[in-house]
Design a binder for this molecule. Sequence first.
Ligand code: PEP
Ligand code: MG
Length: 578
Amino acid sequence: MSVLLTGIGVARGIAIGKAHVLFHDVPEVTEYTLREDLVEPEVLRFSIALEKARVHLRSIRDHLPITTPADVTAFIDIHLLMLEDSSLSKKPVELIRAQRCNAEWALKQQRNSLVKIFESMDDPYLRTRKDDVDQVVNLVQRLLTGQSTPWEGGPDRLRGCIVVAEELSPADAVLFYHEGVVAVVSERGGPTSHTAILARSLDLPAVVGLRRARQFIREGETVVLDGRRGVVLVAPDQRSERHYQQRAEEERSRAADLFRLRDFPARTQDGRRIRLMANVELPEDIDELDEAGAEGVGLYRTEFLYMNRVEPPDEEEQYAIYRGLVHVMEGNPVTIRIFDLGADKPFAGTALGQITPNPALGLRGVRLCLRFPNLLLPQLRAILRASAFGPVRLAIPMVTRSSEVIQVIRLIEQGRHELRQKGIAFDEDLPIGGIVEVPAAALTVSSLARHLDFLSLGTNDLIQYTLAIDRIDDQVNYLYDPLHPAVLRLIYITLRSGARARIPVSMCGEMAGDSRYTRLLVGLGLQELSMHPSSLPEVKQVINGSEYGRIMKLARRVVYARDSEEVVTLMEQINAGL
Ligand code: PEP
Ligand code: MG
């Protein structure tokens, strides 16, 4: 019997495939005591399983395409290192010998003690490393009990599958993508979680926040996923499957039609020119920029270069990537945001030894940059050096007050000084901007503007902080509302204050790439929108079919609507004819 499940569609596209259901929990294992003469053979059985696990991981690493980001390879290396560590390679052997317990039991005991140690750690990043322990232990347990591993049968085993998991990290998403997975479903997560953003970036249809998905979907079952509508159909009948195949075909040809707009500028019918830029998460996104007709990079989320690795990318590695991007953009601006690590984007190199009770309100964005100037300086120098090759802009995340901007500018000055001393070229006038993503920044634009050259509205966080909803918490996702009057007023205040201070304001949050809001945003005065490249043609099509004079008047009325009902009515008027 077919079952229809609904979650939140975060990366569009229709996919049909067999489900691969992931359970990260430690599997149930049988526990028994060994006869004396069976102890050494058991040690051997354990050692063989460990070696098989190493071979598996090495084979995944060796099969990763050349384009795989360094952070993903590093993530596998961490698992390999864990397998070498005596806590997983020697300690279980000691337990087998001392207690005469079977290998699975010994490994389970050792896993429990390791997890306890990780859980008691103050540092939030290290606490999350317990998931790595579980992943590595599960792999060995599966090999001991003869169950298949996700990669058994070679790297192609997951090709064409739809992965169903409790939660996916951004690194998992990349890894599955490279394994040939065609879509992902997760029980947790929200529309602007970083995994969702990454799924869009990889063009991997995804539905998140689908609670208890793993109870309803069984391993190997056929699943149809509609990432635009957030719908998952389990075990479809032949008719439904054919219907979705046809829709997938239609979507593909529609996308091809839209891409024909690539060489035309975005301009309303009455001549208002809008600049459409691209958001970049991974170096491989670069290929898509030209295809989508992006007129620059409005946001490069550089923190993805730091994730899932122990050593940060050094100045040279970053410089090569940034310079490559500047080169590809051929004279169009490239906005590089200094790393926005922290919260759901942890980095091992910033272990703090402190409990962070509420990471979204804690040490992240510019706060973390300023706490670790030695981590920031190589990035600043790399950005400065890349600016010698074309128009680069530097953006600061999570700004709440001028003093943070002033401190970053001082560090930039230090970077400039060091480069000057070495005779290395850079753009002396590199524009410095701030991401407006906290209400405090939106309400104090005039004072921030005194130190900055541009502003960009980061609506993902602006909505999170204005409406007090955690963007990755599926329990409160239903409250995530870009059209909430409070959000709209903050956007409008930022635009007006920016205009008064004569400082350009763009938008780079996910709202900018959602064509339902395009007319509203253009009507409010935005002239630069940055989004995932795949959203760009559709947004352009909406702009080219709009009349600025008409939508401008309606947009202002939306901002001052009395309540959400009036917002909905006005939005229908503004989007009439779409
Ligand atoms: C935002 O918050 O809107 C933004 C662009 O930054 P990120 O999504 O990376 O937090
Ligand atoms: Mg943000």
